[in-house]
Structures are given as structure tokens and as C-alpha cells.
Design a protein around this ligand. Sequence first.
Ligand code: KG4
Ligand code: ZN
Length: 340
Amino acid sequence: MKVLGIETSCDETSAAVVEDGFKILSNVIATQIPFHAPWNGVVPEIASRKHTEWIYTVTKEAIEKANLKIENIDAVAVTSRPGLLGSLLVGLSFAKAFSWARNIPYIAVDHMLAHLYAPMLVQNIDQRPEYPFLGLLVSGGHTIICRADNFDDITILGTTIDDAAGEAFDKVAKYYNFGYPGGLVIDKMARNGDSDAFRFPMPSLHKGDHRYDVSYSGIKNAVINQLETFKKKNNYTNNDIAASFQKTAIEILLRALFNAAEDTGLSTIVAGGGVAANSLLRERLTEQKHLCCFFPPLDLCGDNAAMIAGLGYQYLARGENSPLNVIAQARVSGFKKKYP
Ligand code: KG4
Ligand code: ZN
């Protein structure tokens, strides 16, 4: 079954064709980064306008790159939640129209479940993680530690109680004018910086109900408020700030994740989302010899439609599809906790 995937939840307009849930035939990702960079963050109105302008050509290109014709597409999968509402609506409406016009089924899927599915997109079955495993979902809008029993069956163990991991990278980069998107820029700068140059606090969240939760508002404020101290300190560099921030930001994630691994006894970890591209996170997880860690390849860490098509296939293969009255949802309950 050849599934056309459509992803427009944030600032990438993406369309892909995936065969039988695992084989990527094409994966076109049109990034809007240059249009949002002047604002150092995603501007929702610009995002939905660009999706509207690009969705048709990006989809056409995905079908062509897969060496297919429109008649060869068997079903459509699309992100319907969570994300920017206006952006989601563009992809969702397009997918509904496509499926209605072609008289083929469509399935609306969850963007975060799709990030968790991304490492499954490999041909060799031995290279796919087996359920159950611990999921680490780290993106610009979410930070989730969960137990995954199937592609559609996750139990959320921990979330952020304030900012998401990627959001913290983005906000620190924005404050210091490091560039956009912040995660990628800080990751690169950190390679030439001293991660012990500055010490940042770990949140005091590791006890009781919050053993698997994370918080980034403390470190974000510390990094930003210590600017004057940084400036006074001799021979400090921006790379030192980036490296010191990144080190603690990743430690915050790992502490909660290792608590969850210890308590659940799960030793397979699957990471997904834009922050899963972070080189320090990948390095620190790979060195844990008692854990078996799976990461998507770098081009499948960020937003892409291949993961949407792959996940969508799994529902379709079970005989499920979505009615035309499915609505876009900006938020999903449970994906973020309130403190205490
Ligand atoms: O999954 P994603 O592409 O979009 C959302 O669903 O939010 O994640 C985007 C986030 C941004 O916050 C970006 O700064 C972060 O992922 N990111 C990184 C890296 N590459 C992207 N964060 C840390 N290190 C990276 N190498
Ligand atoms: Zn995402």
C-alpha cells in the first residue's frame, strides 16, 4: 500500500510517499526557516500562508520523486494534532480534499506519535525497535517521556512542566542572537566551547510525582540573567555559553529518562523530535552500555511527512480510517503537565 503523507503542523511543508509502512519512496521537506529567521521564531501567520502556497507543489514533487502517478496513491495520512492551528488546517484540508477527489481513504494522525515512529522507517526488520520501549519525545513544543506498547498505545510518564527542551534552546539562542533555529545553532557552537565554563542549576524535580518530569524555565532564566556576569568574566566566548547551557539542558532530560528506565525496567530507548538530532544527547545515550538506544536518522528527527505516512499506514492496515469531520487540534491533553 502506497501512502501519501502530509505534514504542516509547524514550519516545514512536507509530503512523502511510504510503501507498506516502512519503505520511504520520497520525502520532500520544504523548510520555511528563512522566512521565520528574521523574527528568531516561528510566526504562525507566515507559517500557514507558506503552507497554503507550497502544499500543492510539494505534494506533486513527492509523487513524482516516488516515480508514481496520482492514480498509484492508495491512501493519505495527515497530521491533525498537535501544532499551530492555521498550519494544521492547511494540511488537513488538503488531505481530505485529496482523498475525497481520488475516492481513497485518509487517516488523521498525531504528530508526536509520528515522531516516535520515525526510527521504524528502516528496511531491515532487525534495526527496528521492539515494543515495549521508553520513548523520549523532544521537540520545539513538547518534551515527553513515555512507555510505548504499540504505535498507538503510549503511557505518558513525564512531561515538561513549563518550556519544552527545544523551546529552551530556541529562547536562549534568541536572547543572545545566536541565530535560528536555536537548537541546531547551539549544538554547533557548543562543539567549540567549554561546557564547564558556567554552571547552571538543575531543577529540583526529581522526587515524588515529578520523578520523570523536566523543567526548563530555571535554566533558561539563569542563562539569560547571567549575561552581565558572563560579560564581566574574562575570556568568555559565546561558544562557552552555548556549551555550558547545552550540557545542563541535556542532563535535565537524561536524569528524568534514566529515572524512568530504572523504575520501569525498560532498557530500550527510542528518541524522536527535533532535539533528538542533538549531538551531545546522542553521544550521552549511546555511551550507556546497559541501554539500547534508537535514533531516527538526522533528516527524520525534525518534522517530515515520511513519519506521518509510515504511522498512518499502521492504522490503515488495521482497517481504520478517519471521517471527513475530523478537526485540527492545537493541543493534546496530557502532553504537558501543570506544576505541582
Ligand atoms: O520536531 P521539530 O522539528 O518541530 C516540532 O515539532 O516542534 O523540533 C524543532 C525543535 C526546535 O526547537 C529546534 O531548535 C530543535 O528542535 N532542534 C535541536 C537540534 N536541531 C533542532 N535542538 C537541539 N539540538 C539540535 N541539534
Ligand atoms: Zn515535530
